[in-house]
Design a protein around this ligand. Sequence first.
Ligand SMILES: O=C(O)CCC(=O)C(=O)O
Length: 281
Amino acid sequence: MVASSSSSSSSASRHRLTPAEVARYRQEGYHLFRQPVFPAAKFERLKATFENILSGLDSGVRPESMDVPHFQHPELFEWLFADEVLDLVEPILGPDIALFASHFICKPKGNGQRVPWHEDSHYWKTMISPMEVVTVWLAIDPATKENGCMRIIPRTHNTGKEGFSDYDLLKPGEAVFNDEITAAQRDPRKAVAVELEPNQCSLHDGRIIHGSEPNTSSMRRCGYTMRYIPTRVRENHEQIGSWHHLYLARGEDRAGNVYGDPTKAYPELARFRAKHGKNGH
Ligand SMILES: O=C(O)CCC(=O)C(=O)O
């Protein structure tokens, strides 16, 4: 259990990763930022925005599946484009940054689904090239071993496979995704449990192996994943522009990408995704 503290009520100051932290991130494939990311009031507003979106979820949609909520809720750009977050990823990605995706992965208490062992890159290989993505996983609730915090297997991001392991199909509805890295290609004994207090975050490389256990505890576990790429990464907009958009977060475009308008809602993208079972992750 993570000791409760006043981290979400103490004030955050903008933080940039040091060169040593960046070097370690590149070596290990992840970084733990166990400090408040946002000033307390700004974090509480994000939490209230999340609770509001959650309460409007269509019946039958699981709260683990609140993928790309910013397509329908542009108010989320207050946090997705926040300096507190972009300053964390800029030392890794450089000054030209695009938002690639975001996702509330909310495991309800008692019956929260597990996240199978996977590399994010497995789901994104036809969407972007090269595969350079940093995910900021911001804890909305406490994330503990008991309620199914994320687990990361260090150094599995730079094995030369670009994170494309082989996968077995799972039974539909058994877990958050329908497939999982074969047992032979993962070693959960080496996993690190990413325990975080609300308003703290971890950063991980899009090619690293990670997953999480079901939530059978009495405490909800919600994280907001905010995913960023350098703008030199090219999105395959010709093929996926009907269901996915990038957004320019900082600096300039470097690859001829097409960007969405962060002041606009795109309900048509959400409709297309629902109809065709498209998932950004
Ligand atoms: O929230 C989790 O348990 C898994 C998160 C994840 O797969 C991701 O952020 O890429």
